[in-house]
Design a protein around this ligand. Sequence first.
Ligand code: AMP
Length: 173
Amino acid sequence: MLANKLKHSLRTVPNFPKNGISFKDITPILKEPELVKELISYMSQCVADSDAEAIMGIEARGFILAVPIAMKLSLPFIPARKPGKLPFTTVSESYKLEYGETSLEIHNDSFSSNTNVAIVDDLLATGGTAEAAGKLVEKLNGKIAGYFFAIELLELNGRETINSNSISSVLKI
Ligand code: AMP
């Protein structure tokens, strides 16, 4: 089963990047091409079922999943980036992280009004990042097709923060 394979290959690094944070390191998963293919196929199907018209990936690990999903579904890829990285005019949304505070930006021509946008990231923790991504979609008058994650840390209650009826994760820890 896909979730078990992910669990088996996921590496937990204690106290990174700060004391008390139990970091879920996906790099061992990325070294297994067959597992990555299975993960991308599974997530692509979930995204396809949401009738998404564009895929927003969250920097940086979200890109690793969002780009192949967008390619598989032949849909546009939209990068949501950390502040100051995008060269054109941006819209921005600040948020709290499990470790610190930052903001996310997208170009203001990322998609046209009413586009159904799927939000993709590697991991759902407190939900602040994904919530900010959702607000960016709304700022440009898009619709949120759903939120799609490889991993979800259940005890951090990210689902309550995002407050959407379309949240999908493969491995729940
Ligand atoms: P959050 O906004 O709390 O849901 O955090 C989600 C974002 O931070 C994702 O982009 C994750 O890649 C990263 N992140 C947060 N907590 C962890 C963790 N414990 N292990 C790995 N990545 C994390």
